[in-house]
Ligand binder design. Structure first.
Ligand SMILES: [Cu+2]
Length: 195
């Protein structure tokens, strides 16, 4: 599932029409020189989120201020790891309690059933993939990706962004421990209905 150090987890890989590179279980539909212009919609609302130790910072807002989204609105959300460690972005609800009582992962994901166009660059090549139902974006320091999507009205409500990367390298999903989430790496995400 590693896409070099960029990892993208989607709910239904098999359902993807665009699988071309089986070793990456990935979904590359378009690759071009990094110098080429990325596809960008002028009408889309652009939001920039920086992940670092241990918070999500939305550009133009104070640390800890909620991400405010509206339904029926085209977004291009750029997610950047501006920290010194790997971080991940999950947006969901119904956080799960796992082995040892640790909170880890969500039970429901905001982008389930939503077509998401993911663009970024890797090894100096720009890429764009379509990742329906993307659950998670894992980034290394300095990496960034842009997620383009539109939410339907059934997504209205309170959600949360979180990073569940473990604090200790000795922990893993079979031996969980405290994660970045436990030290506050989470953010409220509000989705309001809009015409
Ligand atoms: Cu983190």
């Amino acid at each position: 599932m590693y896409f070099n150090s960029l990892m993208i987890r989607v709910s239904k890989l098999i359902a993807l029409v665009f699988i071309m590179l089986a070793p990456f279980a990935a979904v590359v539909i378009h690759a071009q020189d990094a110098t080429a212009e990325a596809t960008s919609s002028p009408e889309a609302t652009k939001i920039s989120i920086t992940l670092s130790e241990y918070n999500f910072q939305i550009e133009g807002q104070k640390t800890g201020e909620a991400l405010q989204l509206k339904t029926n609105t085209a977004y291009e959300i750029t997610v950047k790891d501006g920290g010194l460690l790997n971080h991940e972005l999950l947006i969901g609800t119904a956080v799960k309690t796992v082995n040892g009582g640790f909170l880890h992962d969500y039970g429901t994901f905001l982008l389930d059933g939503v077509d998401v166009e993911v663009s970024g660059s890797m090894n100096d090549k720009a890429f764009t993939i379509v990742a329906p139902g993307i659950h998670e974006v894992q980034l290394a320091p300095g990496q960034e990706v842009t997620l383009a999507f539109t939410l339907t009205d059934d997504k209205a409500g309170k959600w949360e962004a979180g990073c569940f990367n473990y604090m200790q390298a000795t922990n893993n999903d079979d031996n969980p421990g405290p994660s970045h989430y436990d030290v506050g790496m989470k953010l409220e995400v509000d989705v309001a209905k809009a015409g």
